[in-house]
Design a protein around this ligand. Structure first.
Ligand SMILES: [Zn+2]
Length: 253
C-alpha cells in the first residue's frame, strides 16, 4: 500500500483499516502482526516508542510497563501512526506521556499527526458521528463510545466533542482548577485555563460517593461571559483513580 504524502492522518488511518479489512473495535494484535511490527513492554521513561529495523519493513513498538489496557491501545495506535504516516520515516521515535493523547495540543507536528491517526484508527469518524447524531453528546454517550471502541473515556469524549455539530466543549480539571479544554467547532466561548471554575459548578459536588452529576448551572461558572442569568448544561464525571474531572458544557435542551 503506497500513501500519497499530502493525505491527512485521518485518511491514512481509514485507508489502512480498509486495506487490512479490519473493522472497529480494531484488533491491534492482528494489525501489528500484519504490518510487520511486534510489541514489547519495557520499564522506561517514555510512554511509547517505535524502532524500525533497518532496510526491512519491520519494527518494534516499545510500551512502558504498567499502563492500563486502553492506554496501551491508544499508544500502540499512535506508534502505528509513526510507522505508516508519510514523513515519519525516522529510525526511532520515543514518545513521552504528555505527547500521546487526544486532549491537549502537541506543538510537535509529528506527535500531533500520530495522535490524529490514532483517533481515527480507534474511534472512526463515521461510526462515532452516527452515535452522537442518535444520542447527543453527554457523559453517558462518551462512556458508551469508550466501551464500544475500547478506548479511555477521555479519548472518547474528545472525539465526541470534535465531531459534534452543536455548541459543546470538554473541560478537564483537577482540584477545582481547569487544566485543559477541547472546544467543538461551534463553541467560540472562552474557558479560562489554570483558573478555578466557579462555586456554582456541579463539579464541586463530586466525590467517590457521587461520581457523576448533570444539570443546569450559570454560564459564568465555567465560561468568561458578561451575562449573569444565562444558564448552560453541565455534565461532570469524576475519575477517582486519577483525581480528574471531565466536564461537558453544552446548551440547554
Ligand atoms: Zn509519538
Amino acid at each position: 500500500m503506497s500513501i500519497n504524502a499530502s493525505r491527512s492522518p485521518e485518511y491514512v488511518a481509514r485507508a489502512l483499516l480498509a486495506f487490512l479489512e479490519i473493522w472497529p473495535p480494531v484488533d491491534l494484535s492482528t494489525i501489528v502482526r500484519k504490518i510487520g511490527l511486534s510489541v514489547v513492554n519495557v520499564p522506561s521513561d517514555f510512554e511509547g516508542a517505535l524502532v524500525r529495523i533497518e532496510n526491512r519493513p519491520k519494527g518494534v513498538i516499545g510500551l512502558r510497563t504498567g499502563m492500563s489496557k486502553r492506554r496501551r491501545r491508544f499508544t500502540i495506535a499512535h506508534e502505528i501512526g509513526h510507522y505508516v504516516l508519510p514523513g515519519h520515516g525516522i529510525s526511532r521515535a520515543f514518545c513521552s506521556k504528555k505527547r500521546i493523547g487526544l486532549l491537549g495540543k502537541s506543538t510537535n507536528e509529528f506527535e500531533s499527526a500520530a495522535n490524529q491517526f490514532a483517533g481515527e484508527f480507534l474511534l472512526p469518524r463515521k461510526a462515532v458521528s452516527a452515535m452522537i447524531g442518535e444520542l447527543g453528546v453527554s457523559i453517558d454517550t462518551c462512556e458508551l463510545v469508550s466501551e464500544c471502541f475500547q478506548t479511555s473515556l477521555t479519548a472518547a469524549a474528545v472525539r465526541c466533542v470534535e465531531l459534534s455539530d452543536v455548541w459543546v466543549a470538554l473541560v478537564e480539571s483537577r482540584n477545582g482548577v481547569v487544566r485543559q479544554v477541547k472546544r467543538g467547532d461551534r463553541f467560540k466561548d472562552y474557558v479560562p485555563i489554570n483558573k478555578k471554575f466557579g462555586s456554582e459548578a456541579l463539579a464541586n459536588e463530586l466525590s467517590e460517593n457521587q461520581l457523576h452529576k448533570q444539570g443546569m448551572v450559570p454560564a459564568w461558572a465555567w465560561i468568561r461571559i458578561e451575562s449573569t442569568s444565562l444558564k448552560i448544561m453541565e455534565d461532570s464525571f469524576l475519575i477517582p483513580k486519577y483525581n480528574r474531572v471531565l466536564t461537558l458544557l453544552s446548551e440547554m435542551t
